[in-house]
Design a protein around this ligand. Structure first.
Ligand code: MN3
Length: 197
């Protein structure tokens, strides 16, 4: 199959002022587009048959072109869908219950997740995932993700590459992460939790 660059579910300026329109445009139309094209090229070059993206990442991430670009493709797909101009606030329902059970409170979860993003040296991602029915947090370098080693089922990933924030926030990764909570679509993350359980 040929992977495609998905349309954003909102306009480039929809997440202002938390994430600026120029960053969103470059991130989507240049970075994500490049991962998409390079993933298709890596699949062709390695003669890999059609399979779901989760199987591709689990079975073929020993190939650098698949790992970096397949990870880049999937990570950004979930990232765009995890954000909304109507996002922010606090989770509710089963997601809120699961967060309280695993971390004590939403505020404590945010601190653990934010720490994962802040302590990821260089480029990478912070993840909220489900393992054995319980929520957990981890981070990954580059475009790696938990699908590759199956350490958890990821339901929310935060891009902490400089390309995600440097134009607006400069080296202020912490300020970017603080702002990003205002656009997280907890309804979408609740759906992902039900799918993962
Ligand atoms: Mn990115």
């Amino acid at each position: 199959m040929t992977y495609e660059l998905p349309d954003l579910p909102y306009d480039y300026d929809a997440l202002e002022p938390h994430i600026d329109a120029l960053t969103m445009e470059i991130h989507h139309s240049k970075h994500h587009n490049a991962y998409t094209n390079n993933l298709n090229a890596a699949i062709d070059a390695n003669g890999i048959p059609d399979m779901p993206i989760s199987d591709l990442l689990r079975n073929h991430s020993d190939i650098a072109g698949i790992r970096n670009n397949g990870g880049g493709w999937w990570n950004h797909c979930q990232f765009w869908e995890a954000m909304s101009p109507d996002g922010g606030g606090t989770p509710s329902g089963d997601l809120a219950t699961a967060i309280d059970a695993a971390f004590g409170s939403f505020e404590e979860f945010k601190a653990v997740f934010q720490n994962a993003g802040m302590t990821q040296f260089g480029s990478g991602w912070a993840w909220l995932g489900v393992k054995d029915g319980v929520l957990c947090v981890c981070s990954s370098p580059n475009q790696d993700n938990p699908l590759m080693d199956g350490c958890c089922s990821p339901i929310l990933g935060l891009d902490v590459w400089e390309h995600a924030y440097y134009k607006k926030y400069g080296p202020g990764r912490a300020t970017y992460v603080e702002a990003w909570w205002n656009v997280v679509d907890w309804n979408e993350i609740s759906r992902r939790l039900s799918d993962a359980l």
